[in-house]
Design a protein. Structure first.
Length: 145
């Protein structure tokens, strides 16, 4: 089987790791671009990130219907998150790990590693889509503080 390299993104942030972690999770509904990055697209109203082991990541449609994106496997607030990325297709699950590290002077870094592409028949294609997709999503995160 092929070994498809993970998507890796590293960002410098002008906020502490604690503030970045909180904003990424508790405020995801404020910065995530639902209109282009959701299951429901125009019908998506919000997104929720339950930042605890076993928590869900899901979007909420205008009708109130919830659509699961993934499950939190590990939450070490405010430093590290590991979660599945399923988008209602558990058989095609990948995994995302995000680390928030303080750099001093109120600054931090965010490192995202999205792996598990070998679990999908279309893994190489999806990896390419997410490589550029994460750039756009994370740029919105950075500018939303």
């Amino acid at each position: 089987m092929e070994n498809i390299e993970p998507v890796v993104k590293k960002l410098s942030l002008n906020v502490s790791a604690e503030k970045a972690f909180h904003h990424f999770t508790a405020n995801i509904h404020l910065w995530w671009p639902l209109s282009g990055h959701s299951l429901s697209l125009a019908d998506a109203e919000s997104v929720v990130f339950e930042a605890y082991d076993g928590g869900r990541i899901y979007e909420v449609e205008k009708s109130g219907r919830e659509r699961e994106w993934g499950r939190v496997h590990h939450c070490d607030a405010p430093h590290r998150l590991i979660f599945s990325w399923v988008l209602e297709a558990p058989e095609k699950a990948t995994e995302v790990e995000i680390e928030f590290a303080d750099q001093g002077d109120g600054k931090s870094t965010l490192t995202l590693i999205h792996r598990g592409w070998d679990n999908r028949e279309d893994g190489a294609e999806w990896r390419g889509n997410y490589d550029t997709g994460w750039e756009g999503v994370l740029s919105l995160f950075v500018t939303s503080f």
